[in-house]
Design a protein around this ligand. Structure first.
Ligand SMILES: *Cc1c(COP(=O)(O)O)cnc(C)c1O
Length: 458
């Protein structure tokens, strides 16, 4: 027999009951939430695919670690365990814990970007760009063009286009580039990986010009799994080894522990740059807490340390990525338009092709996410014109080419039957797509508007 089923390499020890609701209930809840899935109460959601951030199920070993918290103000044992796990798994010498990823980005941006400098990224991420801009930097997109085409089947759509970097350096000088911010499994492109070959090329380019690479290594392990699956020379290699090689091309990284690290909270900066480490330690005290806890309890750091070791288990990561693939395959078979190939943490519905009757100003992805909740109690999120925000110079909406609804799969939380329910709901909506109406924004926060904006149906 070929293609035997591979089951999850864990079993369920504790369950959390879910509330089953009616369509009338969900219509009212969605309208009360201003058609923004971020404003729903979690208890009113049946399958929560809003994000994979902080939503992982911890292992019994992580929970056991929670009981071993050394809640000392300074020098907690758990900090040293965390430091050791990061040194071993990521390979960087120095560690500064933070309460979550954006705090690591805040400190890194403030210390490493001078006003007027550019920060090239392989596509923007909301908080990463926000912190770069607050530090006086300008985000510069350097991802390959294929990443902006949701139908393109390129296996490494997270790749950096070195010609774009080169043009930036020629136009403004290499010294105008603060650092390269390279993200594995690029979230905004649909969870798309870069190849090791591309990273090697980028690294050589950067080294020649004295420009450091600082990874946003929040979703690195899924990228490593794709390298192992798709890139020549990496078949059968443990993801732990692939991750060490990947990180070896960077000076350091910022990480949100709420993703790869299988944690509900936490983040860190890891670096080999002594001077930056010293300054980051000084700054973390002002914004987060002492440099041996960075806004985290000892027990949190212990669970992080254990999650960091578990995330590079080959069977676990294979099962994680395969579940995402399972949902993607079901949608493709039903003819529902999604971003191809399916990424590492999420399946993205292509709202532009799903709802061709809605112009981008009517927020098609926002409307589709709202309709999905009303249909089945599945919570997704918009990744399109609302998330992109406004251009600070012109004040107009940024109009991203991609107008997506993200179905993000939490780690170790749902079964494939849950995924089937999601697929069937998307399929039902696709059959009735003409009935989905556009939205008008009635409240718009100044920054990161997608979190709290409110809408009404047109
Ligand atoms: C989640 C995320 C962040 C921000 O981390 P938080 O822990 O949410 O503050 C930064 N970069 C990427 C790629 C992320 O996915």
């Amino acid at each position: 027999m070929k293609n035997r089923t591979v089951a999850e390499p864990y079993k369920i020890k504790m369950v959390e009951p879910l509330k089953v609701t009616t369509r009338a209930f969900r219509e009212e809840a969605m309208s009360a939430a201003g058609h923004n899935t971020f404003l729903l109460r979690s208890e009113d959601v049946f399958i929560d695919l809003l994000t994979d951030s902080g939503t992982s199920a911890m292992s019994d070993r992580q929970w056991a670690g929670m009981m071993l918290g050394d809640e000392a103000y300074a020098g907690a044992k758990n900090f040293y365990n965390l430091e050791e796990a990061i040194r071993e798994v990521y390979g960087f010498r120095h560690v500064v814990p933070t309460h979550q990823g954006r705090a690591a980005e805040h400190i890194t941006s403030q210390l490493r970007i001078r006003k007027g400098q550019y920060v090239p990224m392989n596509m923007y991420f909301t908080t990463t760009r926000e912190h770069a801009e607050r530090a006086g930097g300008t985000f510069h997109d350097c991802i390959i063009d294929e990443a902006h085409d949701p139908a393109c089947e390129h296996p490494f759509k997270g790749n950096v286009d070195v010609a774009k970097l080169d043009k930036l350096a020629r136009d403004h000088g290499a010294e105008s580039i603060a650092y390269l911010s390279i993200a594995p499994c690029v979230n905004m492109a649909g969870g798309q990986p870069f190849s090791m070959a591309n990273l090697r090329e980028v690294s050589a380019w950067a080294r020649e010009r004295g420009i450091p690479i600082i990874f946003d290594a929040t979703r690195a392990v899924e990228n490593c799994f794709f390298i192992r699956q798709r890139e020549e020379g990496y078949q059968g290699r443990p993801v732990a080894r692939i991750l060490r090689e990947m990180m070896s091309y960077g000076e350091g990284c910022t990480v949100s522990s709420k993703k790869d690290n299988l944690r509900n909270i936490g983040g860190f900066i890891a670096t080999n740059n002594e001077e930056f480490f010293t300054k980051a330690k000084e700054m973390v005290v002002v914004f987060e807490g002492l440099h041996t806890y960075g806004g985290l309890a000892g027990r949190d750091m212990e669970a992080m340390a254990r999650g960091i070791r578990e995330m590079v288990d080959d069977d676990y990561i294979a099962s994680r990525v395969r579940q995402v693939e399972h949902l993607g395959r079901r949608l493709v078979e039903a003819g529902v338009p999604i971003v191809r190939p399916v990424g590492g943490h999420a399946v993205f519905l292509d709202a532009k092709r799903f709802l061709p009757h809605l112009p981008q100003d009517r927020f098609p992805a926002q409307a589709l996410a709202a309709a999905l909740y009303v249909d089945s109690g599945v919570r997704a999120m918009e990744r399109g014109i609302v998330s992109a925000g406004r251009d600070p110079r012109t004040g107009d909406h940024r109009r991203p080419k991609l107008e997506l609804v993200r179905l993000t799969i939490p780690r170790r939380v749902y079964t494939n039957l849950h995924m089937d329910v999601v697929a069937e709901s998307c399929e039902a909506l696709y059959e009735e797509r003409d009935a989905i109406r556009g939205l008008r924004m009635t409240y718009e926060p100044e920054s990161l508007r997608f979190f709290q904006a409110r809408f009404e149906q047109v």
